[in-house]
Design a protein around this ligand. Structure first.
Ligand code: CTP
Length: 401
């Protein structure tokens, strides 16, 4: 949440200005006090009234035309800002600002700002790739701006390439990473697994489960927001979590390799992936054709990944598993905690409304050696923050020893 934070959004005159409307709206929904400053050219693309309505604050554009005390106005905004984000930033803005030119409301306010500044360039590919623009962006980075990489794709000008303003969600995530949450996981490496495994039967079919990866993604995001270096081992189709290293897997065997390669030097491993316990013993080379009568498939056990981690657990590694049950939740989950030598297990009963697969909420009990905390129904994002709290606390205790 961004309650109590002031974000100033600078909007330059590019076609991507329409996307800034959604950014402003989302930031406000997250609780931020949002102020928009437009360049004069930006007002050709989107009316200031749109931003005024979305931000519920006056939208400032031309400092000379207004009768207000512009000097005071732009300095007071600069002082109030916890974060400045310029999106879209045109080549003109980038060029002017890299050279210290402050000739309108936006550039003068940015110049007066001491808070962290993000800049999201959006322009034609050739303009972006032009060494002049690249040099200007490097200059801005040198002066402490965070440059948000532009996306690739079909641009409004008809060219294909880099220069697209990243999606609204990505821009909001950049803001959230700057402003949300105390960075109490700074310096920690966290590995999270998410999604269901897919065990092939033949080139066409596989065995899987209902896991969508939402819980694991929420954990990865929470740890990222708290400053951790996060690797997400994923089989999910959900959009990538920004600032997180994404490592894809499909089968339990691939996940096992990814865990071995990434998690053993980490501070925490959170296994939210729903791992198959069995896979087809044989993978048919060709599609299995139907025929009269029954078909049975022989299954064999997969490796128990957390079981292996528990046996080889290095001192620094905090291991958190998940347990999905339909009955005897606490007994079964506590037994797994001990059997796999975990530090924590997050237990949920898939039969409880609001818990389990696909939904954005969960109802879980966090079980460690010393606690069993039943959390009420809440968003997976909130559950993820509780999990991160316990990881942070365990790390603190280890450091004290
Ligand atoms: N897990 C694992 N490797 C497996 C199966 C599960 O690492 N082959 C992990 C899961 O990611 C989860 C935890 O172990 O974090 C518990 O998974 P769960 O399926 O609930 O437990 P199982 O040990 O498979 O027991 P059961 O299926 O009998 O409930």
């Amino acid at each position: 949440m961004l309650k109590g934070k002031t974000v100033v959004v600078g909007v330059c005159g590019g076609i991507a200005a329409y996307k800034s409307c959604e950014v402003v709206s989302r930031l406000r929904k997250l609780g931020a006090d949002v102020h928009v400053i437009m360049t004069e050219h930006a007002t050709e693309f989107v009316r200031p009234l749109t931003f005024e309505t979305l931000s519920n604050n006056p939208c400032v554009s031309d400092m000379f035309r207004r009768q207000t005390e512009w000097e005071v106005e732009h300095i007071s905004l600069a002082k109030k800002a916890d974060l400045f984000v310029v999106a879209p930033a045109t080549a003109n803005f980038v060029g002017k600002f890299a050279n210290g030119i402050a000739d309108d409301m936006l550039t003068t306010t940015v110049l007066a700002c001491t808070c962290p500044k993000l800049i999201a360039p959006a322009m034609n590919t050739h303009m972006l790739e032009n060494p002049i623009t690249q040099d200007n962006l490097k200059t801005l980075e040198h002066y402490g701006f965070t440059v948000i990489p532009s996306g690739s794709g079909l641009l409004a000008c008809g060219d294909t390439g880099s220069g697209r303003l990243p999606d609204e969600g990505v821009l909001v995530d950049y803001v959230a990473r700057e402003l949300e949450h105390e960075k109490d996981m700074q310096g920690m490496k966290v590995v999270v697994s998410a999604g269901g495994t897919r065990e092939p039967m033949d080139p066409v079919r596989y065995l899987t489960n209902h896991s969508t990866g939402k819980m694991g993604y929420a954990v990865a995001r929470a740890c990222m927001l708290r400053g951790a270096d996060v690797t997400l081992l994923t089989s999910s189709d959900l959009p990538p979590v920004p600032f997180v290293k994404m490592v894809p897997f499909a089968t339990a065997a691939e996940l096992f390799e990814a865990v071995k390669a990434n998690a053993m030097d980490a501070d925490a491993l959170v296994m939210a992936a729903a791992v198959a316990d069995y896979r087809p013993a044989q993978v048919a080379q060709d599609k299995i054709k139907k025929h009269d009568g029954e078909l049975s498939i022989e299954l064999e056990r997969t490796d128990d990944i957390l079981g292996w981690v528990g046996e080889h657990k290095p001192e620094q590694l905090f291991v958190c598993g998940f347990s999905m049950e339909t009955k005897d939740l606490i007994e079964n989950s506590t037994a797994k905690l001990h059997k796999k030598n975990m530090d924590m297990i997050v237990a949920n009963n898939v039969k409880v409304p609001g818990a389990g697969f696909g939904v954005d909420t969960n109802v879980v009990t966090l079980i460690t050696e010393s606690i069993s905390t039943a959390l009420p129904l809440q968003s997976k994002d909130d559950v993820a923050m509780h999990i991160a709290d316990i990881i942070v606390e365990a790390k603190r205790r280890k450091q004290k020893k």
